[in-house]
Design a protein around this ligand. Structure first.
Ligand code: AMP
Length: 489
């Protein structure tokens, strides 16, 4: 199948060709002709399936007739996050290069003034997050009665973020006769109910989530003891990475994203972070810095990174193995794009065995171990580490007991701190030596030729905040005199 067979306008086809796409993806092949015919679409598809073009291309074709009026946008696209909204705007710039259509973006964290000017001028395409859209509407800056096409994208994520009441309200504010293009990766009951209420005899198009990984991606598992030594393992992987350009590092929890980001900075890495608790400006800045190469590492959570299209990434590191096997396919799909080579390394502890098995089942192949060092070598290292400890008579502690003891001693669990004693303390160094030496034996001469931006030289542990003392700690503190101190004076 080619794009020519879908009924798109000549202007759109030209832009598609300029994008370098040769064939439509399954969701595009099915949804585009239906959308062009003016019918409602219920697309059950995830990001990475090409769903953005599945709605932008027919919209552009259909918008060639007619003009926008002041404050009355012709089409409305709702996105759950500002990054996704900005990404859709980018898609319109790319595919709409031959059109003279006005695109307006209504997202939080950006000044009202500029956005208002665009709406007042008349927008053919309005891309918005639900909250900011309703804000504008309530201030009387916007009329929704001219909407011809309504797109609701990532509906299940809207549900996760509590936007469903807003969506319902918006659906009631736009004309009943509009066309609705609705996309969701999954169909929980709340989403089904929404589609039943607001879609008119939609064509249901379901695309299987991607379950295979590109052959351009070299994948490997990296055994690591759980807990503190994981960060050390990650640093070693980054420093030893072949043909390194940049990397996305995934953590499962946003708390860990922040923690790992801080640790990487302290160790001299040029890293940004992306997680849901960051404010919008910081998120956009982080993403932009990574896209432009200002930082070459970005630590992300799945939710923050979902749907983001970042081209040309040389490495993906799974600091935590994903809990859902499909997320693995998504994560590592950030590298090895467009025929380029990419590397995806997943740090795993013995406790992650179940997740490894699920991923291997989904992708239909087993993932090898980096340098052949699997869990058994890790366990051997652990034993060696325990023996090296002068405290060999001590019984191995369970992580819980160790934590409790550390707590009683007033020690922190900070992984970057030099460990004091106990079974855990010996693990990382021994494992590190074992891995480094095996790597050294494998390719002793090649190392000098690799592009490795991070040298191994300064691997000393960073204690506390390292050299960095936050300004607030340097401020003089004036204590309010209490009755007792006044009496003493
Ligand atoms: P999406 O699912 O819309 O986020 O798209 C995922 C990625 O696929 C984006 O990088 C698009 O540029 C790319 N893409 C979309 N359609 C095609 C196509 N027909 N052929 C190749 N790549 C595509």
């Amino acid at each position: 199948m080619t794009f020519n067979e879908l009924g798109l306008s000549a202007k759109v086809l030209q832009a598609v060709e300029a994008s370098g796409y040769t064939a439509p993806t399954p969701i595009q092949a099915e949804a585009i002709p239906i959308a062009l015919a003016g019918r409602d679409v219920l697309g059950i598809a995830q990001t990475g399936t090409g769903k953005t073009a599945a709605f932008t291309l027919p919209m552009l074709s259909r918008l060639e007739q007619g003009r926008a009026r002041a404050r009355m946008p012709r089409t409305l696209i709702l996105e759950p996050t500002r990054e996704l909204a900005a990404q859709v705007e980018e898609a319109f710039s790319r595919y709409g290069i031959n059109h003279k259509l006005n695109v307006a973006l209504l997202i939080g964290g950006v000044s009202f003034g500029d956005q208002e000017a665009k709406i007042t001028r008349g927008a053919d395409i309005l891309i918005a997050t639900p909250g900011r859209l309703l804000d504008f509407f309530e201030r009387g800056k916007l009329l929704l009665t001219g909407i011809e096409i309504l797109v609701i994208d990532e509906a299940d994520r809207m549900l996760d973020m509590g936007f469903i009441p807003d969506i319902e309200r918006i659906c009631k504010l736009v004309p009943f006769t509009r066309q609705t293009l609705f996309f969701s990766a999954t169909m929980p009951p709340e989403i089904t109910r929404l589609t039943e209420a607001f879609l008119h005899q939609p064509a249901r198009i379901e695309v299987a989530p991607p379950s295979s990984t590109a052959s351009t991606i070299t994948q490997a598992l990296v055994a690591s003891a759980p807990g503190p030594s994981k960060r050390e393992t990650l640093r070693r992987l980054i420093r030893g990475a072949d043909s390194f350009k940049n990397a996305i590092i995934f953590c499962n929890r946003k708390r860990d994203v922040a923690l790992l980001h801080k640790s990487l900075l302290k160790h001299g890495f040029n890293a940004g972070a992306l997680h849901g608790d960051m404010d919008q400006r910081a998120r956009m800045a982080s993403l932009e810095a990574f896209k432009t190469g200002e930082v070459d590492l970005i630590v992300c959570s799945d939710v923050a990174a979902r749907g983001l299209d970042i081209p040309d990434v040389s490495h993906v590191f799974n600091f935590d193995i994903p809990v859902h096997a499909e997320d693995y396919v998504h994560r590592i799909g950030r590298t090895g794009r467009a025929g380029k080579a990419g590397t995806a390394l997943t740090i795993v502890a013995p406790i992650d065995k179940k997740h490894v098995a699920e991923i291997e089942k989904l992708i239909g192949k087993s993932i090898g171990w980096l340098d052949g060092a699997d869990f058994s070598s890790l366990r051997a290292d652990d034993e060696a580490a325990a023996d090296l400890n002068s405290d060999s008579a001590a019984k191995p502690l369970s992580p819980r007991t160790a934590r409790r003891q550390r707590g009683r001693r007033g020690e922190s669990e900070r992984p970057d701190r030099a460990p004091s004693h106990g079974r855990e303390s010996g693990r990382a160094p021994v494992q590190e030596i074992a891995k480094e030496s095996s790597r050294g034996q494998r390719k002793p001469a090649a190392a000098a030729h690799r592009s490795r931006p991070y040298s191994d030289a300064d691997d000393s542990p960073v204690v506390g905040m390292g050299d960095h003392t936050p300004m607030f700690l340097l401020r003089p503190v004036r204590l309010k005199p209490t009755k007792a101190t006044e009496e003493q004076e």
